[in-house]
Design a protein. Sequence first.
Length: 367
Amino acid sequence: MNIAIMGAGLSGLACAITLEKNGVQPTIFEKRSKVGDRFVNGEVLLSIFTRPVHDCIASLSEQFGIYLQPVSNIQQMVIMSKNEKAIIEAQLGFTNIRGREEDSFEAQLSRQVKSPIRFHSEETYEQLLANYTHVVLATGDGEYAKKTRNFREDLTVSIKGATVEGTFDRYAVMSWIDYDMAPFGYGYLIPLSEKEANIVIAIPDIPSTRGVELEHLWGPFHQKVQSELSQPLPITDQFQISKYPMGICRSARIGNTFYAGNCFGSMMPFMGFGQYIALLTGVYAAYDLCGLGSYEELTAPLRQSYENSLVLRRAMEQMDNPDVDRIVRMLQGYLGEKLFQTKRLNPLKLASYIMRPYVKYKQGVTT
Ligand SMILES: Cc1cc2nc3c(=O)[nH]c(=O)nc-3n(C[C@H](O)[C@H](O)[C@H](O)COP(=O)(O)OP(=O)(O)OC[C@H]3O[C@@H](n4cnc5c(N)ncnc54)[C@H](O)[C@@H]3O)c2cc1C
């Protein structure tokens, strides 16, 4: 058995680490010049989205021997809608860095890998399949899954982000769900340190946002964050992604090809979280390759999480600012405390169960 992993990102590297632990050495093909050679951005691992696992950093090390150091553990999350504000205080998860920084998640993972990584790779999937017994597709998007007719694309999202300088509390993250500011989307601030943070705005590319330019939304969003923090927040770096696809593969494994990370469908349509699931798909693909389980069966709960998240995304598209205000008002009280603090509760599953009839009704009304 000789295994090629296409892509040295979260899922590809998690797969390599797990294979090595089981005595198998894969070859990793990465198109860029080094691991994480892209824009720097802050991401989060929120425990409400990784349930039943509450502390995914601890779980990754204890269960799978994958060691990651986040930037901080999140102790406060501020959620703002047009007229309401909820401040949630609890152990909510972690912030981490992605991209070309020394301590980005992909850089940390690559230091745990012993297998060769072939950078500047121009190898195609077809070439790898011809030369290796198994291929793990971990390229971070659905392109190959689409090309092999194995991907259901559900939506695309356009994203604009920047690194800003200022004074930040690294244990606190902020988010805005205000449809005047980001129609049917959201904005957020994630500190990278006490002196730098990432601010990002994202909107779905749906008929109701046709003609809306991210460029035009950006200025008012930046001003909103500046006034909320009472700081000038000068921009030191920027990125923009148009029509980032979100969807899920139809089969996690076809023949000797494994679809991992975003090629599987790790990115959750509701708010775009995908890191933890990307890591799990890498581990599970390796388990299957080592005869320790079936990839299709191991990923079945992840597929269900994706479908639940899609219901919430569709529900968001049916709401308006007063609806969002009502939800944020509820989160500020008893409900918010219970949702975020009760470890046994799976809010994603529960909310999608409650919202499913609403979405079906609304879609029926509008079609
Ligand atoms: C702006 C933004 C913000 C996000 N925020 C969050 C967040 O806060 N929390 C969260 O959980 N998730 C977040 N996500 C989602 C999360 O980053 C992804 O789900 C996760 O990184 C997917 O991992 P992956 O292994 O599939 O891909 P990646 O980690 O992106 O790795 C893919 C690798 O494949 C390489 N590659 C691509 N094509 C080829 C090729 N042809 N040959 C060889 N190599 C190739 C790439 O260069 C890259 O190194 C965010 C995503 C974006 C875009």
